[in-house]
Design a protein around this ligand. Structure first.
Ligand SMILES: Nc1nc2c(ncn2[C@@H]2O[C@H](COP(=O)(O)OP(=O)(O)OP(=O)(O)O)[C@@H](O)[C@H]2O)c(=O)[nH]1
Ligand SMILES: [Mg+2]
Length: 364
């Protein structure tokens, strides 16, 4: 399942309709008074979070969203109809951010690059949540409302107020329950392929995975969503490699599944590097409940795997180490058994209010 995790769109609420200039026409009354009604209000731009979507891909094809104008007012003091609101449906987990603005004084002397900041305009965490981001313009006044004691036949009317417009960024964080983390080549994609019907790309080289993948795991009649993200290397939280951009995707996971390649040069060091990157990224990633699995057991044999597992326990203080092979599926059932009870614990931040403390994010 591929998905676009960010999109930039243009939104515009509707103009208010113009007020009418009209005079009463009645039999035997030559000059009737003004009776032009007000124009209708322009349509709003509303965002609504819906279930069953987990991609922003539609926004790649449609980038401009305009709500309808209000209708003009009419004679006999009839008001123009309001323009239809435009409801833009987004997946739960979408955030709306303002267009990035450069932060003054952050210019890099060497390459002239700058840091950017974006304002969080909306954060959709529940199905059905609705936010009116842009309000349509009010309708203009009809000439009836310009009537005064000195001007009984005004020809003035309001033209209607303009709508508002802006570019916004949609950013989708996966609402995965479990996030797979590990160094490149640890076997994350192989594992997600083993336990879900996803067909993630697997390769014997680093950074085979370049985009997050989602898969649904069905285990003992329970379903949960597993996210595979690109591998993390030293410095990932500062932007080395490609992993940092994707750490945001696992901020809302309940559980992290930390996968370690047992055939790597130094599995204990690999564990530490990834742990350090999670801590350096912030956002509470290092405090999430975590399961640690030593992978590629099929290549090393039980005894050697047990040795490395004890090293992890003793040198890195990991309490439980699962020994698995993502390729053959050995040990994976026990690992999934351990995941299930952890899913019922409240997710981090769920008790608190808004996830304000999230890391600032800049567009790529
Ligand atoms: N023998 C064996 N090989 C494995 C196992 N898991 C993964 N591999 C191999 O290890 C290599 C890397 O696997 P991937 O699943 O692509 O690793 P990844 O962690 O997704 O890597 P990135 O996407 O680069 O971060 C591939 O050649 C896989 O075939 C396993 O359990 N046993
Ligand atoms: Mg991968």
């Amino acid at each position: 399942m591929h998905f676009l995790d960010q999109a930039k769109i243009y939104i515009k609420s509707g103009w208010g309709g113009p007020g009418a200039v009209s005079f009463r026409r009645e039999k035997y009354v030559e000059y009737g008074g003004p009776d032009g009604g007000n124009g209708g209000k322009g349509g709003d731009i509303i965002f609504e979070a819906v279930a069953g979507l987990n991609t922003l891909i539609d926004f790649r094809y449609t980038q401009h969203f305009k709500a309808q104008r209000g209708q003009p007012g009419m004679g006999k003091n009839r008001y123009g109809a309001g323009g239809d609101d435009l409801v833009i449906k987004v997946p739960v987990g979408t955030q709306i951010l303002s267009d990035p603005t450069p932060i003054e004084g952050t210019e890099d002397e060497e390459d002239g690059s700058m840091e950017y900041e974006q304002e969080l305009l909306a954060d959709f965490t529940e199905v059905g949540q609705r936010i009116t981001l842009l309000r349509g313009g009010d309708g203009g006044r009809g000439n009836l409302s310009y009537k005064t004691s000195t001007n009984r036949a005004p020809r003035q009317h309001g033209t209607g107020w303009p709508g508002q417009e802006m570019w916004v960024w949609l950013r989708l964080k996966l609402l995965a329950d479990v996030g797979l983390v590990g160094m490149p080549n640890a076997g994350k994609s192989t594992l997600i392929n083993q336990v879900t019907n996803t067909k993630a790309k697997v390769g014997a080289y680093a950074f085979t995975t370049t985009k997050p993948q989602l898969g649904v795991v069905l285990h003992r009649d329970r379903e949960f969503v597993l996210a595979d993200i690109p591998g993390l290397i030293e410095g990932a939280a500062e932007g080395t490699g490609i992993g940092d951009r994707f750490l945001g995707h696992i901020e809302r996971c309940r559980v992290l599944l930390h996968l370690i390649d047992a055939t790597g040069d130094d599995p204990v060091d690999a564990f530490r590097i990834v742990t350090d990157e999670l801590a350096a990224y912030g956002g509470g990633l290092d405090e999430k409940p975590q399961l640690v699995a030593l992978n590629k057991g099929d290549l090393l044999g039980q005894e050697l795997m047990e040795d490395i597992a004890s090293q992890l326990r003793e040198e890195a203080g990991v309490e439980d180490v699962f020994i698995i092979s993502g390729a053959t599926g050995d040990g994976v059932g026990a690992l999934l058994d351990a995941v299930l009870p952890m899913l019922d614990a409240p997710a981090q931040g769920e008790e608190e209010d808004a996830p304000e403390a999230e890391k600032p994010w800049s567009p790529i």
